[in-house]
Design a protein around this ligand. Structure first.
Ligand SMILES: [Zn+2]
Length: 64
């Protein structure tokens, strides 16, 4: 069941307007930034992992 991310009101799956009928929150983009942030965090975590692996590699020098 789709719910409004802001007021948690149930939104019909057949409700195709962008704004929540209850609170007017933008259903499409309300969490958009948050999702982007999560993606960024995920990417950063991944990057950290890669960097960690690279650091573990023996004999790796800066100049190569
Ligand atoms: Zn709402």
């Amino acid at each position: 069941m789709r719910r409004c991310p802001k007021c948690r009101e149930r939104v019909s799956p057949f409700y195709f307007k962008i704004a929540c009928p209850e609170c007017g929150a933008d259903l499409m983009y309300y969490n958009f930034d948050e999702r982007l942030e999560q993606d960024a965090r995920k990417a950063a975590a991944q990057e950290e992992k890669v960097q960690g692996l690279l650091k573990k590699l023996p004999g790796r020098r800066k100049e190569d």
